[in-house]
Design a protein around this ligand. Structure first.
Ligand code: NAD
Ligand code: MG
Length: 386
């Protein structure tokens, strides 16, 4: 029997690559549901190509247009429509490739149904880590990471007994501004920030990679996925993006996961797990690479990583606030309303205005997210007016 798959955010960078993995999988994977925010024409063409009969569009207008244009299937609309898509599509696994904290509700809907989750949407774990992992435990649903570093760690940890792993080491490319001093970042343009040296990704995560917030989010993601205390997770800059992450063991051994940067590898791993299948990637040629280099992170210049670490340690609603402020600030930067260096400033001020509170429920996280967005948006507006 093929594995029945729902792909959320199928029109994005990860979603499109996931469909590529599916189309190479022969009979193993069968896509039964697709979703997007508003790109309804692209979503319809994906549905036709993959024989999908149910789609969801978060944007109501886009859903209405898709409904008029498509007579072969059902179009669900809005946030409720997305949840219905998950709970009614009779799938075995959901790939959540939505960007931002909008991915939390579908993550919860998936795990609540006891469905296995291939998780690209790291923001779900940043915002709701404790509750999300508790829910997965309660329903025995698996969370299989798609993020390349976490896929690497997941594979490395699979054969180790608990208690033998001393440290997790996340690698970071350093982004397009690696090696620059803070003053040299004042005037960077959107175009420069979008030019990632090793990975091609959606706009938001590409900016997160340039500020190093991405690594901050990944630190929190790793803590929740693997239950590892923060003081046992390190970050090292590795500009070639060949070593995807490492684990250090109690007997002095360190294990690493290597490969050319290509998201189809961790996507394929998550979608086929526990099987492995062929992915058409070049075999690693170490001699051609010649050298792999490593350097420390400059947390002074790239303040976002420090802010993420502080929010992680503060706990409660702090990571949710951090994430919401980051989404607002990155959006404003991409729209030309905020300077690159002001992204960290807006996040820091939002966190200062909203001290961490205990998280009682997913509803309280939704409120914290909305509150932080309002505060961050005001801070952006104040700066634009200044
Ligand atoms: P993207 O911007 O290319 O695509 C995002 C997708 O989410 C689109 O299909 C969009 O329609 C949908 N979407 C956006 N807002 C939505 C909303 N409010 N409600 C419902 N759907 C919405 O993003 P991406 O680069 O594919 O990244 C997706 C996720 O995967 C992010 O969490 C990112 O951090 C993570 N990730 C991406 C990569 C990568 O290589 N692109 C690598 C690791 C992790
Ligand atoms: Mg990553």
């Amino acid at each position: 029997m093929p594995r029945r798959l729902a792909i959320l955010g199928s029109t994005g960078s990860i979603g499109v690559q996931a469909l590529d993995v599916v189309s190479r999988s022969g009979e193993d994977l069968n896509v039964v549901a697709l979703s997007a925010a508003s790109a309804w024409e692209q979503l319809l063409s994906q549905a036709r190509e993959y024989g999908v009969r149910r789609i969801a569009l978060s944007d109501q207008d886009a859903a209405a247009r898709a409904g008029e244009a498509w007579t072969d299937g059902e179009v669900l609309a809005g946030a409720d429509g997305l949840v219905r898509l998950i709970t009614e599509c009779e799938c075995d696994m959901v790939l959540n490739a939505i960007v931002g904290s909008a991915g939390l509700v579908p993550t919860v809907a998936t795990l609540g149904e006891g469905l296995d989750l291939a998780l690209a949407n790291k923001e779900s774990l940043v915002v709701g880590g404790e509750l999300v992992t508790q829910l997965a435990e309660a329903t025995s649903a698996a969370i299989i990471p798609v993020d390349s570093e976490h896929s690497a760690l997941y594979q490395l940890l699979a054969s180790e007994r608990p208690g033998t792993v001393d440290r997790l080491i996340l690698t970071a490319s350093g982004g397009p501004f690696r090696g620059r001093a803070a003053a040299e970042l004042e005037d960077v343009t959107v175009e420069q920030a979008l030019a990632h040296p090793t990975w091609e990704m959606g706009g938001k995560i590409t900016i997160d990679s340039a500020t190093l917030m991405n690594k901050g989010l990944e630190l929190i993601e790793a803590h929740h996925l693997f239950g590892t205390p923060y003081e046992q997770i390190d970050v090292v800059v590795h500009p070639q993006s060949i070593v995807h992450s490492l684990i250090q063991l109690c007997d002095g051994a360190t294990l690493a996961h290597l490969g050319y940067p290509d998201m189809r590898v961790p996507i394929s791993y998550a979608l086929h797990h526990p099987e492995r299948v062929d992915v058409p990637v070049r075999p690693l040629d170490l001699v051609a690479l010649g050298a792999l280099t490593f350097e420390p992170v400059d947390e002074q210049t790239f303040a976002c990583l420090r802010l993420a670490r502080e929010a992680a340690l503060a706990g409660g609603t702090a990571p949710c606030t951090l994430n919401a402020a980051n989404e607002i600030a990155v959006h404003a930067f991409l729209a030309g309303r905020l300077r690159f260096t002001e992204i960290a400033a807006v996040i820091e001020e939002t966190l200062a205005q909203l001290p961490a509170e205990r998280v009682h429920s997913f509803e309280s996280l939704g409120e914290a997210d909305a509150h932080a967005r309002r505060v961050a948006a005001e801070l952006v507006a104040d700066r634009a007016a200044a």
